[in-house]
Design a protein around this ligand. Structure first.
Ligand code: AP5
Length: 213
């Protein structure tokens, strides 16, 4: 199964991708996670991406396209994958289609999560992520048992530097300008499925499973 998860920052793409990965045993490919790891390891890729990410802008297409092309050809993607945060521009979507065509593969579904912007701001400003296993929490709606500590692995929780209100507003604007047009792109291809992203993560996951079954 090959899925694309679409939606604005905070729509729940990462949360749903992790649940899908667990249930179906296929890898989650998150360009955001790959880039954040590169920044934290201060690699060449990280050096190139850091300023764009900190400013709420997209990293240039050619950088992320190359990343994804390599990633989806790896052995662990042979049985399928979940793209979380890619594609994000029409150019990225076109290049992905070309690559998949060369590999004689198709996308099974593009799931778009629609969430009210005010709710997105609340979700993102309260988000806390585990520095080790990537588990996600929220100060109010999904707090860890012990403040600042991951329930799953005991590591320290951190707040993403782009999860402040000013940068979130920029990310939402970039989403509207650059990424929202992908809904029409995939709708024309006939594989767009839209879900109202309201309700608990578990409720939404059950709708996702119904959609792809
Ligand atoms: P990326 O890491 O992809 O961030 P994003 O798209 O802004 O998405 P988020 O991770 O913030 O949100 P999400 O939808 O995954 O929501 P989540 O499940 O975490 O990208 C970061 C940056 O990297 C970009 O700005 C760009 O610079 C660069 N980048 C990445 N990909 C790129 C690309 N392809 N091209 C160019 N640049 C790229 O949930 C959020 C919070 O809400 C959590 O606290 C969670 O617990 C909570 N939550 C989840 N579901 C629910 C629910 N149903 N109800 C209540 N709370 C919920």
């Amino acid at each position: 199964m090959r899925l694309i998860l679409l939606g604005p920052p905070g729509a729940g793409k990462g949360t749903q991708a992790k649940m899908l990965k667990e249930k179906f045993g296929i890898p989650q490919i998150s360009t955001g996670d790959i880039l954040r790891k590169a920044v934290s390891n201060d690699t060449e890729l990280g050096k190139q991406a850091k300023a764009y990410m900190g400013d709420g802008q997209l990293v240039p297409d050619e950088i992320v396209i190359e990343l994804i092309k390599e990633k989806i050809k790896e052995d662990d993607c042979a049985g399928g994958f979940i793209l979380d945060g890619f594609p994000r521009t029409i150019v990225q979507a076109e290049k992905l289609s070309e690559t998949l065509e060369e590999m004689r593969l198709d996308i099974d579904a593009v799931i778009d999560f629609e969430v009210d912007p005010q709710e997105l701001i609340v979700r993102l400003t309260g988000r806390r992520s585990c520095s080790n296993c990537g588990a996600m929490f929220h100060d109010e709606t999904r707090p860890p048992a012990k403040t600042g500590v991951c329930d799953h692995c005991g590591s320290k929780l951190y707040q993403r530097p782009d999860d402040n209100e000013e940068t979130i507003l920029k990310r939402l604007e970039v989403y509207e300008n650059e990424t929202a047009p992908l809904k029409e792109f995939y709708s024309k291809q006939g594989n767009l499925k839209t879900l109202e992203g309201r309700g608990s993560a578990e409720e939404i996951f059950s709708q996702v499973c119904d959609l792809i079954s």
